[in-house]
Design a protein around this ligand. Sequence first.
Ligand SMILES: [Fe+2]
Ligand SMILES: [Fe+2]
Length: 150
Amino acid sequence: MPPIGENAIARIRRDHAHMLQLTERIRAECTEQEVRDSCKDCAPVRRVVCRGNVEQLIRSLVETTLKHNLIESMFMEELVPAAHRLAHNQAHMAIARQLQAIRVVFAEDGNGIVAIEGIEQVHQSLLAHFREYDEQLEIHLAAAAPAPPS
Ligand SMILES: [Fe+2]
Ligand SMILES: [Fe+2]
């Protein structure tokens, strides 16, 4: 189990920055998003490269997010009231479902433009989640931190 307290808060914040950075990188893969609705209009060579990159970055985001959610769940086990823990874990599952739906549709239709729109919604969901749930968790973790040596 990762350490509780200041280190735990630092870990959570580092993961969050990494997750947001991955969503930005996915967004940056496409330069045509403003002018097209579908990857069909792009050159086939470009489409293959984009699809590979977007797929790989989404996979990284899914793995990073699931691992992060697991770590937060472990932090919560003994430190937060049950009501918060339940709601927080459910909120994690909602984000995981959102990501999984994007992956399934993208695997079927290969339309990166739509996948990126989905990832932009995930970005917003993550920001809301950090505000609504993770800030509370950080407060509990800070309270559980050992006192600094005097
Ligand atoms: Fe969380
Ligand atoms: Fe988090």
